[in-house]
Every structure is written in structure tokens, then in C-alpha cells.
Design a protein around this ligand. Structure first.
Ligand SMILES: [Zn+2]
Length: 428
């Protein structure tokens, strides 16, 4: 098969020949039958998400491995890491192998299960990290995401333990006592609305502690969904020491602010904006963008968090926290980072494909588009303008904060080891 007329990372138009799932040849005017017209689209290495909630097993009403990975493919992803806060929790070799098998059977992209750090995400006893690492799922990323591993001794043990198999602990940094009952960012807006605030220090204190612990035991720490300017400063300091710390930011924290809780196109107190960690201030957004541009924050991760309508369309205090994100991530990052001149397409490919694959220790993903690499390719038209219509999502859930917004760009096609999962914007 030949993919014609694409611009690798925005470069000059070329053709790409794919054979046996790999890139066989790159150049202008390649001869051959069975072609796909790229129509001048930008070719990116297939995107890799380090932080996706697929909800299966247990909440198949919100998402399944099948629908979540269809959503991923439509967003240009060829691999996702499936978070462990399922029911049952992915805290044993048995459960991670179940998710991994579902991925092999039904998925439209590669599925790499994340293992829980503690049994039942309860923060009391370390889960079977070694057994999950040795399982067929070959788990390398461990996280209690949704909850914070707040016990410093358990966090230390987890960091020590994963060193044996080059794993990484991905921390959801949220000091639980400082955020008891918290509903939104603690600041001017929460004060006006009378909602319990979620102080930046609750995130920053855990990140500082964990950086120190990771340095102390010489292990790898990954910080999930960084949301404050102060967190950026701490991570910048830890990196300046040469410590093995990586960090992610979500698309929504690069674009949206806590003002939306008070005033938005969909009214005040709309739980569509309720998310953990919460939307912060304009100053935080600016700091996160700068940090992603200068490499202090390594990657973009979606924190795709599907919820059924009944869990989201309720009063603010009762609503579930989270937003779907896979199908809008690339457009939001284009809006926040590329349109603003902070990143070019090569920089975006590093942060949404190459580096997330490296942090997750994925061998066949996140490789540059060159001869010999697996043909994991996303074709993207950055000149398109699309009004976000959640009813067109492949995800089972509709909880997007971008409904009705016009965002730049459109995923034209996604190829997983040469096999199209999306063509002309539609699932294959
Ligand atoms: Zn989280």
C-alpha cells in the first residue's frame, strides 16, 4: 500500500510505502497500486496516550475497550495506557491480563494496562507489582490514579519495587486531607461561588515529596495531570537536579480556566467543567503551556474520563469528575500550542507520541516515521475547522467541555502497523 502526498511533520510532500506493517520506502512519486490519498495532510507518528480510562471491566455503561479504542483511533492514537481504577481494580496479574486480552481481541489501537500501586486502590497494602510486570500484559506503568498514594512509606516502597523491572510510578498528586470535599480550584471564583476550594498546595506538596522520594531511592516517578504553576516550578527544580522525573499535562488544562464554572456558554455551575484536578487560573494555564514548550512538562496525556449522562448531568456537588478527551486532544493541543507558536509539529510529535511511548517503555510505538519503523501513522489536516459535536463521538460518553466550540484540525486517517483504523475521518 502507498500513502500518497503527505507531509511528514509538516515537511515537503512525499509518498510512504507500507509493507508487512512497516514503512518500506519514503520518497516522491513512488510507483504502485493500492493507494490512499493523503491530500497534503501532515503525517505524525501514531499518538500514544499514557493516561486513558477505558472503564472496562465494571463500567461498560460509560466505555468499553472497544468504544474507548475506537475513540482513540478517531483521535489519531495508536496506543493507550488503560488506567487501573476499574471494577474489579487492575491490581493483579489476572485483571491486567483480562484487559490486555480484551485489547488484543477488540481494540482499534494497542492497549497497555496500567497496574494499581495498592490493593483495591485503598492505599494500605502494595499490590502484586512484580506479578503484573511478569504477566502477559508486561505492565511497566503503575498508578492508583483517581486516588493519591498519600502514604509516604508505601510510595517509597512502590518506587523501590518498580526499579527491578524498569517500571514507573505515575502519581495522582492530591493530598487528601487538604482536598476533603473540594469542588473546584481554590481561588477568587470558588470564594464568590461559595464552593469548597481545592488548593494548589495540595498538588504541589505531594509532587515535592515524591520528587524527593524518587531521588532518594533512585527510581522513576511520573507526575500525572500537572495543573498549577507551582507544580511546574517544583518539577523544573527536580529536573535541574538530574532526577528521573517526568510529567504530563492534559489538553483541557492547557485551554480552560476555572472562570468557566461561574460563567460559560452552557451556564454557571455546569458540571461539564468538573474535573480532577480542577481547572485552574489563566496564570496556571500560561505556566503549563510554557512548561510543555520548554520540556519541563514532558508530554500531553488525555485523562480521557468517560461518564454516563446520569453521572454528569446532575447538580454540581453530586456530579462525577472528568471529561472525555481522546477525540479532541490533537485539536486542543493545536489550538493551545501550535496556533500560539509555542510548538511546531515535530515538537508536538515528541510530546504526544515519542516521549509517552518511551515513558511507558513501549517498543513498537512512538517511533519516527522512517524506513524500517512500524507503520503507526496519523494523518492530520490542520487547516480544517470543526465544530465539536459529541453525538458524532465513537466514545460511549459525551461529557466534553468543547461541545459547540469550533476547534482547528481534523484527523483524516490513522494507521496501526499499516492497517487503517480510520480513513477519511471515519472508523474502518
Ligand atoms: Zn488522576
Amino acid at each position: 500500500m502507498i500513502i500518497r502526498n503527505v507531509r511528514i511533520l509538516g515537511g515537503e510532500p512525499v509518498d510512504i510505502r507500507v509493507a508487512d506493517g512497516a514503512i518500506a520506502e519514503i520518497g516522491p512519486g513512488l510507483a504502485g497500486e493500492n493507494t490512499v490519498d493523503g491530500a497534503g495532510a501532515i503525517a505524525l507518528p501514531g499518538l500514544v496516550d499514557l493516561h486513558t480510562h477505558l472503564r472496562e471491566p465494571g463500567r461498560e455503561d460509560a466505555e468499553t475497550v472497544q468504544t474507548g479504542t475506537q475513540s482513540a483511533a478517531r483521535g489519531g492514537y495508536t496506543a493507550v495506557h488503560a488506567m487501573a481504577n476499574t471494577s474489579p481494580v487492575a491490581d493483579t496479574a489476572g485483571v491486567v491480563e483480562q484487559v490486555w486480552r480484551l485489547g488484543r481481541e477488540f481494540a482499534h489501537c494497542d492497549v497497555h494496562p496500567v497496574g494499581a500501586v495498592t490493593v483495591g486502590l485503598e492505599g494500605r497494602q502494595l499490590a502484586e507489582l512484580g506479578a503484573m510486570a511478569d504477566s502477559a500484559a508486561r505492565v511497566r506503568v503503575f498508578s492508583d490514579d483517581g486516588r493519591c498514594v498519600d502514604d509516604a512509606v508505601l510510595m517509597r516502597r512502590a518506587l523501590e519495587y518498580v526499579k527491578a523491572f524498569d517500571g514507573v510510578v505515575a502519581q495522582h498528586a492530591q493530598e487528601p486531607r487538604l482536598t476533603a470535599g473540594a469542588q473546584m480550584n481554590e481561588g477568587v471564583v470558588s470564594g464568590r461561588l461559595g464552593l469548597t476550594g481545592w488548593p494548589a498546595v495540595a498538588e504541589e506538596a505531594i509532587i515535592a515529596r515524591d520528587c524527593l522520594l524518587a531521588a532518594h531511592v533512585g527510581s522513576r516517578l511520573h507526575v500525572c495531570h500537572v495543573s498549577t504553576a507551582g507544580s511546574v516550578e517544583i518539577i523544573r527544580w527536580a529536573k535541574s537536579k538530574g532526577w528521573n522525573v517526568t510529567a504530563e499535562v492534559t489538553p483541557h488544562h492547557l485551554l480552560l480556566t476555572d472562570d468557566l464554572v461561574e460563567e460559560s456558554p452552557v451556564g454557571a455551575y455546569n458540571p461539564i467543567y468538573k474535573v480532577n484536578p480542577p481547572l485552574r487560573t489563566r496564570a496556571d494555564v500560561e505556566a503549563l503551556r510554557a512548561a510543555l514548550a520548554d520540556g519541563t512538562i514532558d508530554i500531553v496525556a488525555t485523562d480521557h474520563a468517560p461518564h454516563p449522562v446520569e453521572d454528569k448531568e446532575t447538580e454540581w456537588s453530586a456530579a462525577a469528575m472528568g471529561m472525555v478527551g481522546l477525540e479532541t486532544a490533537l485539536s486542543v493541543v493545536q489550538e493551545a500550542m501550535v496556533e500560539t507558536g509555542l510548538l511546531d509539529w515535530a515538537g508536538l510529535a515528541q510530546r504526544m507520541s515519542v516521549v509517552p511511548a518511551r515513558i511507558g517503555r513501549l517498543a513498537g510505538q512512538g517511533q519516527p516515521i522512517e524506513v524500517g519503523a512500524p507503520a503507526n501513522i496519523t494523518l492530520y489536516d490542520p487547516s480544517a475547522r470543526t465544530k465539536v459535536d459529541p453525538s458524532a463521538f465513537a466514545s460511549k460518553s459525551r461529557n466534553t467541555p468543547y461541545e459547540g466550540m469550533t476547534l482547528p484540525g481534523r484527523v483524516v486517517a490513522t494507521f496501526l502497523r499499516g492497517r487503517p483504523t480510520v480513513l477519511e475521518g471515519k472508523l474502518v
